[in-house]
Design a protein around this ligand. Structure first.
Ligand code: HEC
Ligand code: HEC
Ligand code: HEC
Ligand code: HEC
Ligand code: HEC
Ligand code: HEC
Length: 439
């Protein structure tokens, strides 16, 4: 069982690493481990002079002397900021005032902006058809952060394919606020051993050595992780994945794509809460392999991925085949290889010289939220993601394709990747791997 003692938490407080983020300012807080206690806790049951409000839906307020009504509100005190004019550093949520009706959320991180959970869309597909809806709750993980207007999923009471309670889902369900998990110099993941000297998530992160470990990818929880406030048998069975993100990862992809080198273990990590998703036992919404070995890309799938540029164009090659809307796992936990993949431009497709590439959960989904149903990277509920050369048909009365998103919203949901990179009648991106197949 995971139970970091006060002492254990304090021992991780040692390191000082400073990161530079996109706007040039220098920020550092967690440094791959636990940040200053005062960043999240108040020592006198007050927050900026005000008593804590005892109204938390999960009954947390005051309990751990947190600076917010619940765990995730504490995170959003820093990870959301009203007034952001574009994608900003480590922000993963857009304030309501910065995304009025008709405008999209602003953050473009690999995980995605939780603001999409507050965006619902309606459209009429054809003359006489009933109005269709894509509700915000279906756009990703509904974190409970009541100070910021986020509430539990109204439709799913537990994780599909598992039994994690939706009323408890928050940032700290997935990320360890105390950053106890670390990667040691022998590559193993542990909750003890050398102290954490900095983040291990980025291409610019130092490598671990016998004197200093690094944080696991994105401070994710590992084997045994279970927040103290959640009782029951929810402790994780799998460790965090091997992956490396670029130093600047929250940016528009209008001219170049943001390449995360996913290495291995992402699908097992998601299975901590979704053990039986897309398997024989749970055929809805689809049966599909993910992760190694079942999801390994055979020679055929690797060459489809490399050659497929868009519908009707199979002239691509490995050297520039990567599409951030359909990432894959390189099939390795070698960090030198993963770092070289991140820095390589233009960025390459699956390659057996790097490892054994595989399809994984994040080939199709975003970890936080997206502009589409099922937290999908592309709209999988439509026959064409681009129609008439455009992502959105906002001026048309009937919208079987753009589905109620205006051009600004659809463009952002595709991270500003121009629609002109695709066929003028582009089908959903399953075809990047199933180039010759029917869906
Ligand atoms: C990034 C935010 C964050 C930081 C920094 C942080 N904590 Fe916490 N802490 C939390 C949250 C959230 C909880 C509630 C966890 C839960 O739901 O069980 C918590 C719970 C605790 C608990 C009680 C439950 C447990 O897990 O043992 C202790 C003790 C604690 N924190 C001590 C500390 C100390 C000491 C520091 C500084 C070295 C610190 N925390 C830094 C967010 C943080
Ligand atoms: C006091 C401000 C502050 C609070 C509160 C805070 N964060 Fe952060 N967070 C940052 C900053 C600054 C960064 C970027 C630099 C870094 O990692 O230290 C960051 C980075 C991160 C990263 C990426 C780290 C990496 O190494 O890749 C994760 C994941 C994260 N935060 C999760 C959380 C969660 C979960 C909470 C709430 C339990 C939280 N943060 C609370 C300021 C904060
Ligand atoms: C369901 C699990 C889950 C929840 C809930 C979750 N995260 Fe994450 N988060 C992840 C994963 C997985 C990644 C890595 C995504 C990637 O690289 O594609 C990530 C990435 C991040 C990053 C790095 C930037 C990015 O988006 O890629 C930050 C910062 C972060 N999370 C903060 C938060 C905060 C703050 C919350 C709550 C408001 C939160 N996360 C809730 C799983 C989660
Ligand atoms: C800590 C538990 C936990 C982990 C880890 C987790 N999930 Fe979830 N997930 C949930 C819960 C609970 C729900 C149902 C509530 C909701 O949809 O907000 C859910 C819902 C979903 C949905 C449906 C979202 C929608 O709105 O249609 C998808 C897709 C999903 N998860 C994918 C993933 C992927 C991919 C990962 C790994 C990156 C992952 N999950 C990791 C708990 C988790
Ligand atoms: C080949 C693409 C693909 C892969 C790989 C994939 N999914 Fe999905 N997933 C989908 C599609 C498509 C849907 C239906 C989305 C929608 O609502 O339109 C879906 C739906 C879901 C849902 C919601 C199910 C429900 O009943 O509401 C969850 C949870 C989920 N996926 C989790 C995962 C996890 C965890 C993994 C990795 C183990 C994974 N997916 C791998 C394509 C994929
Ligand atoms: C990153 C590559 C990739 C993407 C994207 C992808 N697939 Fe697959 N798919 C695979 C691989 C690899 C297999 C396993 C093939 C095998 O075992 O021969 C597979 C198998 C399948 C199967 C057979 C499943 C079974 O076991 O019976 C179906 C159906 C399928 N995919 C549909 C889809 C759909 C629908 C999408 C889009 C939502 C999609 N795929 C996206 C790589 C991918």
């Amino acid at each position: 069982m995971y139970s970091p003692s006060f002492k254990l938490v304090l021992t991780s407080l040692v390191s000082v690493t400073v990161l530079t983020v996109s706007n040039g300012s220098v920020y550092a807080f967690h440094r791959g481990g636990v940040g200053e206690c005062e960043g999240c806790h108040t020592m006198h049951n007050s927050y900026e002079g005000q008593p804590l409000t005892p109204t938390s839906p999960v009954g947390m307020s005051g309990k751990y002397l947190l600076k917010g009504s619940d765990q995730s509100s504490v995170c959003l005190n820093c990870h959301q900021k009203a007034g952001d004019i574009g994608p900003t550093g480590f922000h993963v949520s857009t304030a309501d005032t910065d995304m009025p009706t008709g405008t999209p959320p602003r953050q473009l991180t690999p995980g995605g902006d939780f603001g999409w959970l507050k965006k619902s869309y309606t459209w009429i597909p054809s003359l006489g058809a009933t109005t269709q809806t894509s509700v915000g709750d279906n756009h990703g993980h509904n974190i409970v952060a009541q100070d910021y207007g986020y509430f539990p999923d109204a439709y799913r009471t537990t994780s599909p394919g598992g039994n994690y309670p939706s009323t408890y889902l928050g940032c700290t369900s997935c990320h360890d606020p105390h950053g106890i998990y670390r990667r040691l110099s022998d590559g193993s993941i542990s909750t003890s051993g050398a102290t954490i000297k900095g983040s291990g998530s980025l291409v610019g992160s130092a490598d671990p050595d016998p004197q200093g470990a690094v944080g696991v990818y994105r401070l994710l929880g590992g084997v045994g992780y279970n927040p103290k406030s959640l009782s029951g048998g929810f402790a994780f069975s799998y460790n965090p994945p091997a992956a490396v993100a670029p130093d600047i990862y929250n940016r528009s992809e209008s001219s170049t794509q943001t390449r995360v080198a996913y290495g291995s273990g992402m699908s097992d990590w998601c299975r901590n809460c979704h053990a039986n998703i897309h398997t024989d036992a749970a055929l809805t919404p689809l049966k599909h392999p993910a992760g190694s070995p079942n999801g390994n890309l055979s020679v055929d799938y690797t060459s489809y991925y490399d050659q497929y540029v868009k519908d009707g164009d199979m002239t691509g090659m490995e050297a520039n085949a990567y599409l951030s809307l359909v990432p894959f796992e390189a099939g390795t936990s070698n960090y030198a290889t993963l770092k070289s993949i991140v820095t390589n431009t233009p960025t390459k497709g699956p390659s057996t010289t790097d490892g054994t590439p595989a399809v994984m959960c994040l080939s199709c989904h975003r970890a936080h939220a997206s502009g589409w149903d099922g937290s999908m990277r592309w709209n999988n509920q439509t026959a064409n993601i681009v129609y008439n050369g455009k992502y959105s048909q906002e001026t048309d009365a009937f919208q079987p394709y753009g589905q109620g998103r205006n051009s600004l919203e659809a463009q952002k949901a595709y991270y500003d990747i121009p629609a002109t990179l695709f066929s003028s009648t582009q089908r959903p991106l399953c075809y990047k791997c199933h180039a010759t197949g029917t869906k």
